[in-house]
Design a protein around this ligand. Structure first.
Ligand SMILES: *Cc1c(COP(=O)(O)O)cnc(C)c1O
Length: 429
């Protein structure tokens, strides 16, 4: 494959955009080389500026769960755009998508729309602090909740990739209110709650971690977390930016049958436009301005284009009763295929998967938290990544990222991918 035009475009971008990209993990720092510039995408495929075709396993990091340029979403956006793109005044479609989201997700009465997952998580902890009257929060090492100050403490994927988990610019004052825990370690949570009695406003968690590769919660872990939060007057925040509308209609809350106090959304909920949201039962949501004292706002929040894309996406997911089963089956098929070829080629690996989230770690030991996620063979991952690109398969350019499976993938695409992985495996030393 030729990447002449991509390389040129990257060189031009570097002159006017820091690192040539508007979000760090796009820059290939982890895997080396220069990023591929996309010209267009359709269904399961990306087409780059050099006219190469790549089967896409990142899907804009999750949103394109039904494939790129999905017609009902594109049409909804085009039709809405003709009517004006933002008013700073209420529109009917905001209520429509809110009603639909509230009907699909368990345990929420009201939802507030914002413009990104970052904003959703940032606002959710402010709300939790306002509601409980407490300052401190607990987050898990390796979990990513967007780039707001409180969360840039061992923040997973992007931050790990760049070796700066504690970013300059985050003040000590902010950092001291974020306590760190180990994922899947309930004893650790017990100790933190005990040592900070009546001080923890919220525990925020990715119910299935997706930003240190894919890491499922151990059996009973989320249940215990729920019980401890209830016992301590601490709110449980599920960051479902990745898992929401992906693992089930009702996300991880539905899949694991656990009630969170506040739920954050992003990615799929926007159908590929910039949308985030946070939701909770009335008692909590009524604490938010203009009803309550906790302030949160946005000029473009709930704008008609974003809402049209999100509504079209959620409507499809709500109507298609087989969608989550189909995604699970396709991803399981991929998992079985990858296991087979890696085993035949004597490569040490661990595959973690929940539904349509999957990741391959080049390490034979179990991967269940941030520390174990770091044990993979990085050089091997880099070779694997570049080998797959040559084969026309695009996975995330970092070992700390999950692959996101789209329903647009056919079984032929999956077989093509498994065969490509087989060939690439034979070249890994
Ligand atoms: C992507 C992500 C975010 C941040 O969302 P942005 O839209 O990138 O701001 C937050 N939490 C999780 C779990 C994510 O995967």
């Amino acid at each position: 494959m030729i990447y002449q035009r991509s390389s040129q475009l990257f060189a031009e971008a570097e002159k006017v955009i820091p690192g040539g990209v508007n979000s760090p993990v796009r820059a290939f720092k982890y895997v080396g080389g220069t990023p591929i510039f996309v010209k267009s995408a359709k269904g399961a495929y990306l087409f780059d500026e050099d006219s190469n075709r790549l089967i896409d396993y990142i899907n804009s990091w999750g949103p394109m769960i039904l494939g790129h340029a999905y017609e009902p979403v594109v049409n909804a956006v085009v039709e809405k755009a003709k009517l004006g793109t933002s008013f700073g005044m209420p529109t009917e479609i905001e209520t429509k998508i809110a009603e639909l989201a509230v009907s699909m997700v368990p345990n929420i009465d009201k939802i507030r729309f914002v413009n990104s997952g970052t904003e959703a998580c940032m606002s959710a902890i402010r709300l939790a602090r306002g509601f409980t009257g407490r300052d401190k929060i607990i987050k898990f090492a390796g979990c990513y909740h967007g780039h707001s100050d409180s969360f840039l403490i061992q923040a997973g994927s992007g931050a790990i990739t760049f070796g700066s988990p504690n970013s300059p610019g985050v003040t000590q004052g902010t950092a001291k209110d974020t306590l760190l825990a180990n994922y899947n370690d309930i004893q650790n949570i017990k100790e933190l709650l005990e040592a900070n009695k009546n001080e923890i406003a919220a525990i925020i968690i990715e119910p299935v971690a997706g930003n240190m590769g894919c890491i499922p919660p151990k059996e009973g872990f989320l249940e215990s977390l729920r019980e401890l939060c209830t016992a301590n007057g601490t709110l449980l925040i599920f960051d479902e930016v990745m898992t929401g509308f992906r693992l089930a209609k009702g996300g991880a809350q539905e899949l694991y049958n656990i009630k969170a106090d506040i739920v954050c959304f992003g990615k799929v909920i926007g159908g590929g436009l910039p949308v985030g949201a946070f939701a909770a039962r009335n008692e909590i949501m009524n604490y938010l301005a203009p009803l309550g004292p906790v302030y949160q706002a946005g000029t473009l929040s709930g704008n008609p284009l974003a809402m049209a894309a999100g509504l079209a996406m959620l409507t499809e997911l709500n109507h298609d009763t087989e969608i989550f089963k189909r995604l699970e089956q396709k991803t399981a098929y991929l998992e079985v295929g990858i296991r087979k070829v890696l085993t035949l080629n004597n490569i040490d690996f661990t595959i973690n998967r929940v539904g349509s989230m999957i990741s391959v770690h080049f390490d034979k030991d179990e991967v269940y938290d941030f520390n174990t996620s770091k044990n993979g063979d990085n050089q091997r991952f880099k070779d694997f990544f570049h080998g797959l690109v040559k084969e026309g398969v695009y996975i995330a350019p970092s070992a700390y990222e999950t692959w996101f499976i789209t329903d647009a993938l056919t079984y032929e695409d999956l077989d093509f991918t498994i065969e490509a992985i087989d060939r690439v495996s034979k070249t890994l030393s």
